[in-house]
Ligand binder design. Structure first.
Ligand code: GTP
Length: 437
């Protein structure tokens, strides 16, 4: 638990602060004067010190500088609480080391600040860090710091081995010394990561180095480093920077994943798991433009489930849905990788077959009809009627016009008794088409 010390001569105000701090997750002690507060601070290590600006024995600026001079208080959060908006006194307190100043008249602001501080301080991170440092001593210190923050660390002395690990790993942060022994420098490692053709290339990178030359630092930022920490490394500085980079990277990754799944949800038909008509339109344009550009065949099949209305009436709509779902999964598995299968409407699916002429498309669809006769999705006898049409380059067919042709052929398949395939050729539907046609 985080420790806090409140220094104020008013017992009532101290009580109020205890409530506030305890509900934000702090363990609180109080002192009634500056001397009392400094004495207690010297005995224990408080993560947060809140002092009033009207202490009986100390000006707030004097208290701040004396507290900062105590060992272990370099990075403690030191808040000055004031009733009066005396900007001169407050400025002095800031100069003397106060982290921030809050009005005693606006405790809501203080409450928000304390909750954030507590969350940030007590949050254990999870994530993987790739760490490259050739000094054994420094490596041990930093590994301790990072593991203490809850992180898994893969540490290397050389950039070459770190690069191999990076290619196979899934890291949330890279910390690398810029000047490394071995044939690959930290700079080369950064360059290689940023030039990768994968989403891993966006991983945050913190560079560390003993040189303090501004133009070299700027070069590193141009190269794609996100942050820079000078040696000797101050643990608390590195801790805060690591915290910021990891949390913002992970938040961005989460948002990306959410966006991707929302995108795929918007593209998929819920019942069949196939692409919906919207997705079909989006992807079909690529199929059509490639067919025109490279003068390639493109066929479209309309697959209409026979008597779905009867199936629903006899076995219930839910069973009909289950059948559609199993049929959808089966379709996805049984079309070629390059084919695009989508649900067009209620009982109608569409299959786009690139580089496939009418003869091959018909053969493929007839095999599908035969297999479906044995499939029994949701344990039901299900058949389909299929109509096929091939893109007519001269007629400038698009998805809609090609669909209309295939739909006409599908209608002929229904007329012919269902559970069969018909193809559309030159404005007439041909019942049979052999490989010799
Ligand atoms: N279970 C289920 N049924 C659906 C769904 N969408 C549409 N349908 C049903 O599909 C049926 C389509 O009816 P019709 O167009 O007459 O076609 P059919 O009964 O399959 O007959 P044919 O196509 O002529 O063989 C309707 O009864 C719709 O209620 C769905 O998502 N789930």
């Amino acid at each position: 638990m985080l420790n806090a010390l409140v220094i104020d001569s008013s017992p009532m105000f101290c009580e109020h602060m205890i409530d506030l701090l305890e509900s934000a997750g702090f363990n609180v002690e109080t002192a009634e004067s500056g001397a009392d507060g400094l004495g207690k601070a010297a005995q224990a290590r408080y993560r947060l010190v809140c002092c009033s600006d009207n202490l009986p024995d100390y000006a707030s600026s004097e208290f701040c500088s004396q507290l900062r001079a105590l060992s272990g208080y370099d990075f403690a959060t030191l808040l000055v609480l004031t009733e009066h908006d005396n900007s001169k006194i407050l400025k002095q307190a800031l100069l003397a080391g106060a982290t921030d100043i809050f009005s005693k008249n606006d405790m809501a602001e203080m409450d928000t600040y304390l909750s954030r501080l507590s969350q940030r301080e007590s949050r254990q991170l999870s994530g993987r860090v790739l760490f490259i440092e050739d000094s054994r001593v420094l490596q041990t210190i930093i590994i301790d710091l990072l593991t203490d923050m809850g992180l898994d660390v893969d540490a290397y002395n050389y950039a070459e081995s770190a690069w191999e690990a990076f290619k196979g790993g899934d890291y949330d942060l890279v910390i690398t010394d810029i000047m490394l022994e071995g044939s690959m420098s930290g700079i080369t490692l950064v360059r290689k990561i940023r030039r990768m053709q994968s989403e891993y290339s966006n991983v945050p990178i913190i560079a560390t180095s003993g040189f303090d030359n501004m133009s070299r630092k700027i070069e590193l930022f141009h190269l794609g480093v996100n942050d820079y920490v000078s040696k000797p490394i101050v643990r608390e500085e590195l801790r805060q920077r690591v915290f910021n980079h990891i949390t913002s990277y992970q938040t961005t990754q989460e948002l990306r994943t959410q966006q991707k799944s929302l995108h795929s949800l918007a593209m998929l038909d819920e019942t069949t798991g196939l692409f919906n008509r919207h997705a079909l339109r989006e992807f079909a344009s690529k199929y059509f433009s490639e067919a025109y550009r490279f003068n390639r065949c493109l066929s479209l099949a309309v697959i209409d489930i026979d008597h779905l209305k009867d199936i629903n009436e006899r076995h219930g709509f839910e069973r009909g849905d289950q059948m559609l779902s199993e049929l959808g999964s089966w379709m996805k598995r049984h079309v070629r990788d390059v084919d695009l299968v989508a649900r067009w409407a209620g009982d109608e699916l569409v299959l786009l077959l690139p580089e496939c002429d009418l003869v091959s498309a018909k053969n493929m669809m007839e095999r599908m009809v035969q297999r479906l006769n044995k499939l029994k999705p949701a344990n039901l006898e299900v058949t389909v009627s299929i109509g096929i049409a091939q893109l007519r380059q001269a007629d400038n067919d698009n998805l809609n016009s090609l669909f209309e042709l295939a739909d006409k052929a599908m209608y002929q398949a229904k007329m012919a008794g269902r559970n069969c395939v018909r193809v559309y050729v030159e404005s007439e539907v041909v019942p049979e088409l052999s490989d010799n046609d």
